[in-house]
Design a protein around this ligand. Structure first.
Ligand code: SF4
Ligand code: SF4
Length: 278
């Protein structure tokens, strides 16, 4: 299968699927009916045997519970990662109130997640239809997420899972981590990631970076934006503080929840920030 064929099929789905638009029935406000959630994706490719996937099994990165691509799929040749940027409508709405998530952002997290699963299923069907094996860890019954795994309130492994969309996107060349622990791509940090694993062989992309945090300028804007004071230039991100705040939004908006103030009104929102000093 050609990359162009796969990318056109995924782009068409994202542009035209009703799942990428808020329906009148689910809209939190009448004016949000028809709101588009995601713009067109960035797509990156990595070899299933890329040594970086083995690195992710090391303690302090993800850990031994991380399942490498060939543990998900014996015949895996390629990992394909997508960054789905939120639309300007979603981002602009979440810039307005610095203390509470916008309705648009709540939709993007929940209806957005449902659509991410649709994209995964569509990609798997497409690849299988061409005679290849394919799996998407996010919707695989073996996917597991554990929390909390430690009493250490700043422990990076506080929440952990056996696959990481952000790490897969990093290996696939889409971007590097920010202080807020999102992944900064050339289209920014505000959006969501999905990935799938296939026996189809695609040319891996060259990662245009060497360091895990290369694209983060350490400007501190996400520190100042965070209503939970969960991010610090000295100690990074406290997952428990972040989660407690996000849970507080769920109490009001269940089944929806969210925050994302570290992803909007920051220099990395929609692109790679300029270095502070050059
Ligand atoms: S806001 Fe600044 S410090 Fe925070 S992740 Fe983005 S570039 Fe890095
Ligand atoms: S999602 Fe919200 S609470 Fe969590 S780190 Fe970002 S700004 Fe802070």
């Amino acid at each position: 299968m050609e990359k162009a064929y796969l990318e056109k099929a995924l782009g068409d789905l994202i542009n035209t699927s009703p799942g990428n638009y808020i329906t009148r029935e689910t809209a939190l406000r009448p004016d949000l009916a028809g709101m588009r959630i995601f713009d067109e994706p960035l797509i990156g490719y990595a070899a299933a045997g890329d040594p970086y996937f083995a690195e992710l099994k090391k303690p302090g990165i993800i850990g031994s519970h991380f399942m490498a691509p060939r543990e998900w799929l014996d015949s895996a040749e390629t990992v394909i990662a997508l960054f789905l940027p939120f639309t300007e409508q979603v981002k602009a709405a979440n810039r307005k109130n610095p203390d509470w998530p916008a309705d648009e952002w709540l939709h993007a997290r929940i209806e957005g997640q449902a659509f991410q699963n649709t994209v995964c299923r569509h990609a798997i069907d497409l690849l299988k239809g061409q005679g290849f094996a394919a799996s998407a860890p996010m919707i695989d019954s073996r996917f597991s997420q554990t929390s909390p795994v430690t009493a250490d309130k700043n422990e990076q492994g506080y929440y952990t899972s056996n696959w990481s969309e952000r790490h897969a996107a990093y290996v696939c060349g889409l971007g590097t981590f920010g202080l807020s622990k999102g992944l900064i791509t050339r289209r920014g940090i505000a959006g969501r990631y999905i990935s799938f694993i296939t026996s189809a062989r695609f040319e891996p992309d060259q990662r245009p970076y060497t360091g895990v945090y290369d694209y983060c300028s350490r400007c501190g804007a996400c520190v100042r934006n965070c209503p939970a004071k969960a991010i610090s230039l000295e100690t990074g991100k406290s997952h428990p503080l972040c989660s407690a705040f996000v849970e507080s939004t769920r109490k009001k908006h269940a089944p929806r929840y969210g925050c994302g103030k570290c992803q909007v009104a920051v220099p990395c929102e929609s692109g790679i920030p300029l270095p502070l000093f050059s």
